[in-house]
Write a protein that binds this ligand. Structure first.
Ligand SMILES: [Zn+2]
Length: 189
């Protein structure tokens, strides 16, 4: 994860308006569940589950897995004053009150916590977070790129939609959810 040849990049920091922070705090307070029991149980991660799938009692394992997620969420929310944006099909992703994007890989592959250092990784967390939380003002944290043009893939919507019978969507892979592309990066221009 680290590159000893180069200095690590500093985390991307978004400026969060007070009104958005209040919305995030209210949502976190509302949704906080009582601390799960089993505080000493091991935290199961997705990779371990996949490797050892045959050995587990499914119902018990699902409960342990969810309890583990709840415990990690409370820990990260308290330690970093953070707000869950995406429970994830991958790391659990948060926005901290001081504007950083925190990715917790413990529930995914057992790796630790990291702060995202590029817009390409930080912006999708805000786009997904706005959808998951319903707090649309999270999108206003995303900066405009200088000299950029509207993304030709998502036409500025930040989402790439596909499928016919059931439409699915992912954060636009061309612009990483910025809705804009730097000159030369936009396809078909
Ligand atoms: Zn796009």
């Amino acid at each position: 994860m680290s590159d000893s040849e180069s200095t690590p990049l500093p985390p991307i920091v978004f400026l969060i308006p007070e009104a958005t922070l209040e919305q995030l705090r209210a949502r976190r307070d509302q949704r906080r569940s009582p601390p799960p029991t089993g505080g000493n149980d091991p935290i199961l991660n997705t990779v371990e589950l996949a490797v050892n799938a045959g050995q587990y009692d499914i119902a018990k394992t699902a409960r342990l897995f969810c309890d583990g997620m709840d415990r990690l969420q409370i820990e990260v929310e308290d330690k970093y004053d953070a707000f869950l944006l995406d429970p994830g099909m991958g790391p659990m992703t948060y926005l901290t009150a001081d504007g950083r994007i925190l990715s917790d890989y413990r529930i995914w592959d057992g790796e630790g916590i990291q702060f995202e250092t590029t817009l390409e990784r930080a912006v999708p967390a805000l786009v997904v977070g706005a959808k998951n939380t319903g707090i649309q003002s999270l999108l206003e944290l995303i900066p405009s790129l200088p000299n950029s043009t509207i993304c030709n893939t998502c036409h500025g919507s930040r989402w790439f939609r596909f499928g016919t019978r059931e439409t699915r969507e992912i954060v636009c892979p061309t612009c990483s959810g910025l809705g804009q592309c730097m000159p030369g990066k936009n396809p078909n221009t």
